[in-house]
Write a protein that binds this ligand. Structure first.
Ligand code: BEZ
Length: 324
């Protein structure tokens, strides 16, 4: 892959002085639980790497935040204490702000369009600075579903969100979005969300269809707003230090296989998202479909903030227009 070949040069420059011994058994961390699509893709990547390397390499997958939250795992990747991760682009955007461009509200018309944007050359090029900026190699993108809103009370307009304690994934673009709406965004990592909604610590959550359905986040909610307001990319990461210690052959094999398996998650969400949404709608909870107009001026406010912060935003919008 062109992207992996390019990375071989750039990472050698960043980490030439910190070569590590070649690992045979890699550790891969992620925050999603075992039944989640990302965790299954990580397992499939490990299996194929073992097979293709003739048993020379294997991958131990640590799901459900066993190695720490994403911020902690990113630090471990930087020091080389962790070899690999499948991570939300949200977390990486906390360190490399340009990636915040992916969260432009309604950048993607639907889940398949989100997949086409993530598979573009422009999106791939946005990973190139990661070794120098963050100390990780981004081999390629995956994703989760588009974002929806699940609430304990009735929501019939964006005004109903005003002042609500609304759980968000801890990253700035989504914080800016809900601040613009007038909600009280409450950053909270994934594993704490079910209990927080169940016990009323939060009034509402920002979430995707898979988790709303599979982890039953609708259980303690009255209203599901299918807003599809943002995409939610994931990235396959290798520690730049670990990468620098690999042979060229291993980098090519690991990079290509990891890119293939993170990319496979895009197909899974494109195939399954409509089914999850239909099942959520079938629960009998109040289910409302809304579009960008629901959020009024909040989207313009977000665009004004992020057109300053994320140089890639215009380029991604051009890709979005070309790939409609
Ligand atoms: C979340 O924070 O909502 C999330 C994290 C990882 C995968 C999917 C959703």
């Amino acid at each position: 892959m062109k992207h992996i070949a390019k990375l071989m040069g750039s990472v050698a420059l960043v980490a030439a002085s910190t070569l590590t011994a070649q690992a045979d058994e890699f550790r891969l961390g992620l925050i999603t639980p075992p039944p989640h699509i990302w965790t299954k893709a990580a397992g499939a990547f490990g299996d194929e790497l073992t097979e293709k390397s003739g048993g020379a390499h294997s991958v131990s997958v640590f799901p459900s935040r066993q190695l720490g939250n994403e911020a902690e795992m990113l630090q471990q990747l930087q020091t080389g204490a962790l070899d690999m991760a499948f991570m939300t682009v949200a977390e990486v955007s906390n360190r490399y702000v340009d990636l915040g461009a992916f969260y432009a509200p309604y950048l993607a018309d639907d889940i398949a369009h989100a997949g086409r944007i993530l598979r573009s050359d422009k999106a791939t090029s946005m990973l190139e600075p990661l070794p120098a900026e963050v100390g990780v190699v981004g081999v390629g993108y995956g994703m989760a579903g588009l974002r929806q809103i699940v609430s304990r009370g009735d929501i019939s307009s964006a005004e109903d969100l005003a002042g609500l304690k609304l759980r968000i994934t801890p990253f700035t673009p989504i914080l800016d979005f809900y601040n613009a709406i007038g909600a009280a965004p409450t950053p909270m990592p994934l594993p704490s969300v079910y209990d927080a909604l169940a016990n009323g610590q939060v009034d509402a959550i920002d979430m995707d269809a898979e988790l709303i359905w599979v982890l039953k986040y609708y259980d303690h909610a009255d209203t599901i707003v299918q807003s599809d307001h943002m995409m939610f990319p994931m990235v396959g990461l290798v520690s730049a230090k670990v990468w620098a210690g690999l042979s060229e052959e291993d980098r090519a094999m690991i990079g290509e296989l990891m890119a293939k398996h993170v990319d496979s998650t895009i197909d899974s969400y494109v195939e399954k998202e409509a089914g999850w949404l239909a099942q959520i709608e079938g629960t009998g909870k109040t289910y409302t479909k809304v579009d960008a107009t629901f959020f009024g001026g909040a989207i313009d406010e977000w665009n004004a903030i992020w057109s300053e912060k994320a140089p890639s935003l215009d380029g991604l919008r051009a890709v979005a227009a070309e790939t409609k």
